[in-house]
Design a protein around this ligand. Structure first.
Ligand SMILES: *Cc1c(COP(=O)(O)O)cnc(C)c1O
Length: 462
C-alpha cells in the first residue's frame, strides 16, 4: 500500500512508560542558578522534557531488550561481537569492525593512527569531540563546508556538502601527503543536522582516491542523511533507505560512528574500515585504550542490542520517516509562529537562531547560552548551546572562536516523546521569543580548558 501521501504515525506502540515531573518556576530558577546557567549541569530530575541531546537517549525496542539476555560476556571471541560484525557489514558495508565505548573512542583511535604532527584534516564543519581528537593528534582541522552552511537563511537542500574548491585549495596548499584523510560528516550536527548529497559524496571520493587521501565518514547520522537523499535528490525517490545508505558508504574508506544516535542504543560506537592493515593498527590501539578487539568498549549485551538496533534503523523506512517527521513537526510550529530557526529543518533537532532572537546581545555575552537557560526556566524544557561556548578557543592564539552560527539546539530523542511533548515545547519557545528583549547576557564564572561547554559555569551580567 502506498502511504506516502498520508499523515504518518509512530510505527510502534508504547509498552512501558517512565513518569516525568513538571516543576514550578521557582524550583527551575533555583536549579538553573545552581547549575551555573549551563543545562549540562542540571539534574535530569529537574527537567520536564529533555531535548539536551539525541545521544544515548533513544528508547530501545522490545527486540533489543530481549537481545540483552543473549549477550555473550566471553572475554575473547564473544558471539555477540560476531553478530555485530555481521550487522555492520550488512548495513554499512565495511568488513573490519573496531568496537569502542562510544563515538569519541573511535575518533581517538582513528586520529592517533592516521594523523601526524603538522597534518591538515579538512572536514565539513567541525564536531566538538572529532576536532578535539584531531588536534590532540597534532593535526589542524580546516573547515571546507559550503558557505550556505553558515547562513541560517539559506534553503540549500544539502547544506552539509563539501565545497570542492575549498577542498582542492587545502590539498594544493599543503600537498596531499600532509592530508591523511577528509573528515566527512553525514547529516552535519553543528550545521543543524544538514545532509550531504550523494553527488557530493561521490565527487569527494573520486577526487581523493587518486591522491591517496582517505575519506573517513562520521557516519553517526548517516541513516538520517540517507532519508534526506531519498526525499531531495533526483533518482533516489523509489530507493529504500538501506540501499541509499550502502551507496553512501561505498564512497568512503571507513567511518566512525557514535551508536548512541542512529543506532538506537544507549551506549556504544565503532570504527569500521575496509583496509585490513589499517584495522590491525586500530586494534593495537584498541587493546591499550578500550578493551580486547572482540569487545573494545562494550559488554556482550551492549553489542547484542546494538546489532539489533543497527538493523531496526533501516528495516523499514517508516522509522526514519517518523523520526525526522517529528523534528519537522516541531520546526514547522516554530516557523509558523515567526521564531527564527535554521532552515531547512534538520534531521535530529530544531536549531533556534539565537543571534537573531537576542540581537541585543553581542556574541561575547553568549546569547545561545542565555536563551537555553531562559527556555528551561519557562517550561522545564532542556536544550543546549551550540555557538561561541561550544566553539571554544583557538589553540594557537587562545582567542575565542566566533562561529557564524549562534544556536540553541532542541534535540529530539528517538522513539521517546509524542507530538504533545512537541506542542508543549513549541508553546514555551514561542512564549520566550515574545519576551526576548527581557533576556540578559552571561559571563563565565568558570571556564574549563577543553570542551568547555560541558562543564562551564556562568553568571548574569548586570
Ligand atoms: C555524538 C557525536 C560524536 C561523538 O560520539 P559520542 O558517542 O558522544 O562519543 C561524534 N560525531 C558526531 C557527529 C556526533 O553527533
Amino acid at each position: 500500500m502506498d502511504t506516502s501521501h498520508r499523515t504518518w504515525a509512530e510505527p510502534w506502540k508504547i509498552k512501558m512508560v517512565e513518569p516525568i515531573r513538571m516543576t514550578s518556576r521557582g524550583e527551575r530558577e533555583t536549579a538553573i542558578t545552581e547549575a551555573g546557567y549551563n543545562t549540562f549541569l542540571l539534574k535530569a530530575d529537574d527537567v520536564y522534557i529533555d531535548l539536551l541531546t539525541d545521544s544515548g537517549t533513544s528508547a530501545m525496542s522490545d527486540r533489543q531488550w530481549s537481545a540483552l539476555m543473549l549477550g555473550d560476556e566471553s572475554y575473547a571471541g564473544s558471539k555477540s561481537f560476531y553478530k555485530l560484525v555481521d550487522a555492520v557489514h550488512e548495513v554499512y558495508g565495511y568488513e573490519e569492525l573496531i568496537p569502542t565505548h562510544q563515538g569519541r573512542g573511535a575518533e581517538h583511535i582513528l586520529s592517533q593512527i592516521l594523523i601526524s604532527d603538522g597534518d591538515v584534516v579538512p572536514g565539513n564543519m567541525y564536531f566538538t569531540t572529532t576536532r578535539y581528537h584531531q588536534e590532540r593528534a597534532g593535526g589542524r582541522f580546516v573547515d571546507v563546508i559550503i558557505d550556505e552552511a553558515h547562513d541560517p537563511h539559506s534553503l540549500h537542500p544539502f547544506k552539509g556538502n563539501i565545497d570542492m574548491a575549498k577542498l582542492r585549495s587545502v590539498v594544493d596548499e599543503y600537498g596531499a601527503e600532509r592530508v591523511p584523510y577528509v573528515s566527512f560528516e553525514t547529516n552535519v550536527n553543528m550545521a543543524g543536522g544538514q545532509p550531504v548529497s550523494m553527488a557530493n559524496l561521490r565527487e569527494v571520493y573520486e577526487y581523493c582516491q587518486p591522491l591517496g587521501v582517505l575519506v573517513m565518514l562520521d557516519a553517526t547520522r548517516a541513516a538520517e542523511n540517507a532519508y534526506f537523499i531519498q526525499q531531495r535528490e533526483y533518482g533516489y525517490q523509489d530507493r529504500p533507505i538501506s540501499q541509499i545508505l550502502r551507496e553512501m558508504t561505498s564512497f568512503s574508506d571507513g567511518a566512525t560512528v557514535s551508536s548512541k544516535k542512529d543506532n538506537l542504543v544507549n551506549i556504544g560506537g565503532f570504527l569500521a574500515v575496509r583496509d585490513p592493515k589499517l584495522a590491525r593498527q586500530a586494534r593495537a590501539m584498541l587493546v591499550a585504550f578500550e578493551g580486547l578487539h572482540t569487545y573494545g568498549g562494550m559488554s556482550g549485551r551492549d553489542m547484542e542490542a546494538l546489532a539489533v538496533g543497527i538493523r531496526e534503523m533501516v528495516d523499514t523506512d517508516d522509522h526514519i520517516r517518523c523520526r525526522v517527521g517529528q523534528v519537522e513537526y516541531l520546526g514547522d510550529a516554530l516557523i509558523k509562529a515567526g521564531v527564527p530557526v535554521i532552515r531547512p529543518i534538520g534531521g535530529h533537532g530544531v536549531f533556534l537562531d539565537a543571534a537573531t532572537i537576542l540581537e541585543h546581545l553581542p556574541q561575547d555575552r553568549f546569547p545561545a547560552q542565555a536563551l537555553t537557560a531562559a527556555i528551561y526556566v519557562d517550561s522545564g524544557v532542556r536544550g543546549m548551546e551550540r555557538g561561541i561556548v561550544s566553539a571554544g578557543r583557538d589553540p594557537e592564539t587562545g582567542e575565542n572562536r566566533h562561529p557564524g552560527l549562534e544556536l540553541v539546539r532542541l534535540t529530539i530523542p528517538r522513539r521517546v516523546y509524542t507530538q504533545s511533548h512537541m506542542d508543549v515545547t513549541a508553546e514555551s519557545v514561542i512564549r520566550v521569543h515574545e519576551r526576548r528583549e527581557s533576556i540578559g547576557g552571561l559571563k563565565f564564572a568558570y571556564e574549563p580548558d577543553t570542551l568547555r561547554f560541558f562543564q562551564a559555569r556562568f553568571e548574569p551580567v548586570a
